[in-house]
Design a protein around this ligand. Sequence first.
Ligand code: GAP
Length: 491
Amino acid sequence: MDTRLFKRFHCFKIAAMPATSLDQVVSLSKRRGFVFPGSEIYGGLSNSWDYGPLGVELKNAIQQWWWERFVTKRQDMVGIDAAIMMNPKVWVASGHVANFNDAMVDCKQCKSRYRADHLIEEADPKQKVDGKSPKELTEIIKKMDLACPKCGTKGKFTDARIFNLLFRTNLGSLEADEPAGRSPKGEVRSREVYLRGEIAQAMFVNFKNVLNVTRKRLPFGIASVGKAFRNEITPGNFTFRTLEFDLMEFEYFIREAEWETHFDYFLREQQAWLLEMGFSEDRLRVRQHTKDELSHYSRKTVDVEYKTPFGWKELFGLAYRTDFDLKNHSAQSGADLQYTDPDTNEKFIPHVVEPTFGLSRTTLMVLLETYDEEKLEDGDTRTVLRLHKRLAPVQVAILPLSKKENLTAKAQEIYNKLQKETNLRLDFDVTGSIGKRYRRQDEIGTPTCITVDFGTLGEDEKQGAVDTVTIRDRDTLKQTRISIVELIGRL
Ligand code: GAP
C-alpha cells in the first residue's frame, strides 16, 4: 500500500464522514432520485439500475470534469466515440474470446451461482485464488468444505467451470433461432456479435485513422467514454458491480523505453484528480496486481482502491498493455499499425499505458465518500452530501420564503437571470417550510441556497434591505445577506 503519493497534493478537502453502510446511500439514492432499480414496475431485473434526475446530473458532471481535465485541456490527447458492437474478430484478436473468463460454481441444492474465487475469498480472505485453474478452485472449495451462502448447504457445489464474460447478441433481421449462414432463399442470416467488454478496443482499431487525421506525435492518447458490458457471475453491492456500466479511459501510445515514466505519471494524475474531487487520502490506496492476477494483456497493473463500507475495492485501474493489442490487431487484420517517426523514419508498433476510470463506480464512491449525517446543536441530525461544487446535481437552489405570489414572482425573476447569465445547475423549490427545503437541498448536496423574503421585496426591513437575498452555505450553515446585483459574481 502506498498512500504517500496522495500526500503530494493539496486539494479541496471535505470535512465529511463517509457513509458507514451501503444502505444509507441506496436509500438516499431511491428517496431523492439518484438511482432507481431498473424496470421496477415489472419487479426489476436483477442488478440493473437506472440513474434518476439527480444521478444523471452527477454522473454527467463527473464525466465532463474528466473529459475536460484529461482530454480538452491536454495537447497530447484526442477523443473518439465508438460503436458498442464491433466486428467479432476484434475480440478474437484482443484475446477476450479466449481469456476473458471467470470460473463459476452452482449450488446443487438451491441453484445459486457463484464466482468460485469470490466464494473462497469471502469465506477466507487469506486464501490465494488468483490465477488458479478451475480444477484447483474446485479442490479448495472441497477442502474448505464451504457452505452455500444462500441456503447453507455444505458440500453440494458443482465443479468449477469456465465462463466467458462477453455478452453475445445477433445482428441481422432473421429469427435468432435459425442457424447462422444463409437461408434457403439466400438471405443472410443473423450473425453473432459481442457487446464490447471494454471500451479500449475501439481506440486500438482506430489508431491509424486517428494518427492519419491528427498527425499526432508520440506520446499521445486516444480517449473514450461509454458503456461496457460483462456477463458477471456475481454482480452486486448496488451499482458497484453490474452487467453494464460506464467507463472513461484512454490508451496512451508511447515508446517502449518510456513506459515506466508514463505509468508513474498517470498514477499520480489519477490520484490527483481523486483529491481534487474531495476524496480523503485516508480512504484511498494503491495496490499492485500479483503476477497471477494480471489480465492477459498486461505486464503491470495497479488498482487505485477506495475503502467502501464493504471493504477496499477497485475504483480506477492502470495497466501497461505493452504492444499486445496493436500487434495482435495488425497480425489478424493485416493492417499496418506501425508508427513512423517523422524525424528518423523509424517504424515500430507503439506500446501503451492505459489509465481506466470506472464512471459508474466513481459515481457510487463519490456518494459514499460525501455522505454525512451531522448532529446539530438542537439535537437534530441532518443528512448532507458534501459534494464538490462542480459535481453537485443542483448547484444553486432558489427558494421563496413562502408561496405568496409576489415572493415567487421575484424568486422566479432571479432564477431566470441566473439561468440566462450562468451555466449553473439550478433548482426552484416552493413546497414545504423553508427548514424542510433546506434539509432537502442538504440531502442532495446543493452547496448554495438563495432565499427570497419580504426584505427582498422591500416589505420588511427586519428581514433585510430591498433587493437583497439570503445566501445559505451547505457546509457551514452560515447565512449572509447580499444584494441581487452581487449574486452572479459571488456564485
Ligand atoms: N480497459 C481496461 C478495463 O476495462 P477493468 O479493470 O476490467 O479494465 C475498468 O475495468 C474499470 O471499470 C474498473 O477499474 C472499474 O472501475 C470498472 N468496472 C469493472 N467491472 C465493472 C462492473 N462489473 N460494474 C461496474 N464497474 C466495473
